[in-house]
Design a protein around this ligand. Sequence first.
Ligand SMILES: Cc1ncc(COP(=O)(O)O)c(C=O)c1O
Length: 347
Amino acid sequence: MTELTARPWLAGLAPYRPGAAAPSAAGSLSSNESALGASPHVVDAVTRAARAAHRYPDALATDLRAEIAARHGVPAEQVLVGNGSDELIFLLALAFLAGGGTAVCADPAYRVDEISTQVVGGTVTSVPLVADRHDLPAMAAVPADIAYVVNPHNPTGTLVPRDAIRRFRADSPAGLVVVDEAYVDFAPDPLATTAVPLVREGGLAVLRTFSKAYGLAGLRVGYLVAPASVVATLSGIRAPFSVNRLAQAAALAALRDRTHHEAVRVHTIDMRRRVSDLFTHHGYDVVPSHANFVLVRVPDEAAAVRRLADAGIAVRPGSALGVPGAIRVSVPGDEGWRQLRQALSRP
Ligand SMILES: Cc1ncc(COP(=O)(O)O)c(C=O)c1O
């Protein structure tokens, strides 16, 4: 029997490290989950869907896909639903980067963009942010199969205007520009920001997730809006039932509850300002954020993480996200806000 060894390029891979949980959900501010949870209609939809748990889900998530396509005014053939946007990022890597492909990302990037590229034997060029923003001219100078732009950026929360994305698409030699809009619902004007209208111009795809503004992180649903040829390629290589029945029902219900979605958006934008002001008031530098978290520069990262942990609050250490000397704090709900204020006012 030959000894089974993992592919050599997997040896040095640094795996994804999820954020730590806090003793209470209110204090869990490390993973940018929704502070208001999912719509109550989601719970009903999941309960109904559970009655058919013995039956395989619709492989193509036809109803959800149609609703997403209608929302964006694109044909259903340009939409692919995945097990979180993470699955779609891995599918992009499998299809377009396996065996020596190249990706260009910001530094820091969303880790899954880097990991998925490395897993399939591709290479990543990382282009440092300038003043916490994507350096799009420098990224456009890098030859690559895929260029990833995270907008708003994680972990800084900075925003790239649509015109700059359009210019980047024109300037970049990348075969596909992937704009990850996990946090776009929290931008001041999501409709004016989203790159979805650029998909029809070619060579560009947009990733969205139900994990943030729709509060479905635990159910794992994301989607890609892309040229039909890209969707067809990814559809051909995906695991057929990766988006389960409960997740499809939940996402459809979440999408239809516009009132809850708007309440999450309003809460997040208001609370983001309060959290930013709180840290500023205590003498810290805060990067102006367009997402559901804020990046706070701290003189001693480990001490800041420990101090908050002692008060029952989990945040993400910046060094785990490629920004040492900072902490990333997810926008809390009212109880988490009370805990945060108390923790910061302790001597
Ligand atoms: C930029 C970015 N993209 C994608 C994701 C993952 O989304 P999903 O839960 O849909 O896999 C995250 C999650 O934190 C993220 O920050």
